[in-house]
Design a protein around this ligand. Structure first.
Ligand code: NZQ
Ligand code: ZN
Length: 390
């Protein structure tokens, strides 16, 4: 293991009825003005809004609503939430939704107390916000991103066409009730779960010279995510599978898998820029790019990809070379993506713009190139990968 510092910022309340059981106590200890933040309205259809509003009213809170947070939240939406939080002198933000609502609120909580523009501060000056942010709580209704247990937020700045990761407020607490995810459509359940698998893979395929306990934990997270996704293909509402996926989602992005090693996350960088240009679904974009990207870098880490094939996909590798075993693992990943009904080509994504070679060139040229993976890509190679995804 390499040296590391590890700290948990978030207290997690997990299980059926977690909001009813724990929120009254949490609210009793927080200030009077609460911002209830949510997305396009799913929480009004599935009863979560009513339940939470009831708890907030019983606790005597003054509630300000911040609604309409879109998937792939924008910097403009962050400004809207910040204005509300300042005007109403909010004491606690309750973010109710998936990664998009939680991420938007993370930055709102940090920006509301900062004079400096956080996009400028973080993305241009490469500095971190320094003031203690407004306390944030996350009520997860769509799992997959793991946003509820970390301080990172992914925001799209439409003016400059960058979808970038920012450091903002980590939730002080997270309510994880698997029942809250039951109304999610199958496509979102599976794309969210694939995002979890992607986080574990992006960490596993980061550079690590020595055997590392984090890799063994990542293998368990990957195996569990895959087998529970298979369960959902036959029974979308299986509670055990939903609850396991809710926790593997948090596990893959709460920092545990990343201790003592570098991470790759180049596939995420490519997908984020694809999202900046097309507004595609995050997990679906990853599903298209991953196998193509891995075929590009497989040779550079044949031993690790062969271990992935053996330990995650159960490929024995008997009678074939290490490189062939490595490639068989990537093929198994692609077969799994297809079996889940996730997209395998960019043309299958729902996008607001037509995906053309010219657009992919812009995506490739604006993709952040990271150094934690087994090979550092060039912008031209990102373009090649994207063209192979068409
Ligand atoms: O907006 P509403 O009406 O609530 O509908 C949402 C949205 O359309 C719906 N939904 C959520 N809970 C539901 C539900 N529908 C029915 N029943 C429920 N219980 O689901 C749709 C997708 O929600 P969204 O939050 O956009 O999805 P997800 O959780 O996949 O979040 C994606 C965002 O998170 C970022 C992604 O880039 C993307 O912007 N990520 C955040 C990360 C982090 N902070 O750690 C890491 C990830 O890699 C990722 O980049
Ligand atoms: Zn992700």
């Amino acid at each position: 293991m390499d040296s590391f510092v590890f700290e948990y910022p978030t207290k997690v309340y997990f299980g059926k009825g977690a909001a009813q059981t724990h929120l009254p106590g949490i609210l009793a200890a927080s200030g009077p003005r609460v911002m209830l933040a949510y997305g396009g309205g799913s929480i009004k259809k599935n009863g979560i809004y009513k339940e939470l509003m009831g708890l907030l009213k019983s606790a005597g809170k003054t509630v300000t609503e911040f609604s309409g947070i879109m998937s792939n939240p924008t910097w403009a939406k962050v400004q809207e939430g910040t204005k509300l939080a300042r005007e109403h002198e909010i004491d606690l933000v309750l973010a109710v939704g998936g990664g998009s609502v939680i991420d938007c609120c993370k930055v709102v909580c940090a920006q509301a107390v900062e004079d400096a523009d956080l996009w400028e501060l973080e993305m241009i000056q490469h500095k971190a916000p320094s003031k203690p942010s407004i306390p944030l709580g996350a009520v997860v209704t769509a799992s997959g991103t793991g946003a509820e247990m970390n301080g990172g937020a992914v925001i799209t700045n439409e003016e400059v066409k960058i979808k970038g990761g920012m450091f903002a407020a980590a939730p002080r607490f997270a309510i994880l009730d698997p029942q809250y995810t039951m109304s999610l459509p199958a496509s979102q359940v599976l794309s969210g779960a694939f995002d979890t698998l992607s986080h574990a893979m992006e960490t596993y395929f980061g550079r690590s010279d020595r055997d590392n306990v984090s890799d063994a934990v990542a293998e368990a997270v990957m195996q569990s995510t895959i087998s529970n996704m298979y369960t959902l293909l036959t029974d979308l509402h299986d509670y055990t599978a939903r609850s396991n996926l809710m926790w593997t989602s948090a596990m893959a992005e709460n920092g545990i898998l990343k201790v003592g090693r570098l991470t790759d996350f180049e596939c995420h960088q490519i997908e984020h820029q694809l999202g900046a240009y097309t507004d595609c679904n995050h997990g679906q974009g990853l599903a298209v790019i991953h196998p193509v990207y891995y075929r590009h870098i497989c040779k550079d880490a044949a031993e690790k990809f062969a271990r992935f094939a053996r330990n995650v996909w159960g490929i024995s590798g008997e009678g074939i070379s290490e490189e062939e075993t490595a490639r068989a693992g990537v093929q198994a990943l692609e077969d799994f993506i297809r079996a889940c009904g996730l997209p395998t080509r960019l043309s299958q994504l729902h996008t607001r713009t037509e995906i053309t070679p010219a657009l992919l060139r812009q995506v490739a040229d604006s993709t952040n190139l990271l150094q934690g993976g087994y090979r550092q890509l060039t912008h031209d190679e990102v373009y090649e990968i994207l063209m192979e995804c068409l």
